[in-house]
Write a protein that binds this ligand. Sequence first.
Ligand code: CU
Length: 399
Amino acid sequence: MDRTIVMLVGVISLGVTLGIFFLDAELPLQSFADKNSVHNSPITRTYTVIAEDTTLEIAPGTRVEAWTYNGTIPGPTLRATEGDRVIINFINNGKLPHTMHFHGDHNEKNDGVFQEVLPGESYTYDFTAEPAGLFMYHCHVMPVSEHIRNGLYGAFIVDPKEGLEPAREYVLVKGEYDLEDQETWTPDYVFFNGYADQYWNNPLPVKTGEKVRLYYVDMGAIAAFGFHIHGTIFDTIISGIWENEPIKTQTWEVSPGNAAIFEATWKEPGRYLFHLHGVPEEKGTMAYFDVRDASSDAVDGVDVARTKSVDMWEWQKQIAINLQQPDTNGKITKTSDSSLDDIFGEPVNICFKINQYALPNTVVMDDSVYRKAKDLQFKFTKLDQSLIKDLEYTVFILS
Ligand SMILES: [Cu+2]
């Protein structure tokens, strides 16, 4: 068996994230979802997005390692109007290479795949927002499902030039998280906007008779599930592309990497559920709309969407931040790394290096090397230490 010569280069403490910050993490952030994003002539929208490692709560009492855009899962909702020039200054303050890959029309330079942005480096994406619809952005560094599940994703809304009918607008980005293995088919959590069942305790307010527009993005990695809304047959704009004619639906299936815009209205007040139909109901996607009559002095565009839209993203974002409690030094509940402890029966310090690349918590320059290393890591987590012998890598353990 060929053995790659391995050199010991450093030591990490298990379960501890060594975030390397090359730039000031206090760079000013901006408000992303303008209240009135629709306008007549194209403008330039400039955003700053910073990849940063932190810890977040994703369910009561469950704090996890998170790789984020601007500190939360999901990242900021980016919004532009069809034809706008979008400039995104992307700064990678994380410990691994990351990118921003957008869905929608653009050239390769702005596709966020081959131009990996190394820790401490930055990259500028510059493209025209088109076509009109709901898109997503996410990191595309391999293994992609791990970079996504760890939190590097968000919604990207492109409004049609001609504007939209007034509605109360919510953004729901479906994500997943597994405490042991971020590439599993059966993640521990499936949730909207980075926190399990958050809209069960904080139901989405709606007024009777007003149109609700849901921008729904699936950033998961499991099979497609149906998005179901109670008490109404709703319109679905397939794949979130405004050029598509809406269809009437009771439930609509959306796969990872796809999106849909749902428009619903309720005549009577009540609590009307929405959730993924199937097993994810029990994994964190149970939620409901709290539909009430508008008060007689309700302000149009603020309390009720009659002739003006009401953008609820900032309200949703605040709920998520309050629940997630971002904390770069937070103690995580468990990660795949920490299960190494199980193998050795006690906490150990471990460092392994494959060719010239050390893992984990070290800059990895080459995808194939990283994948091999991940493979090694998984074999660890499968609790079969004998497998280590069959690999072409050597591991140094320091206790
Ligand atoms: Cu990444």
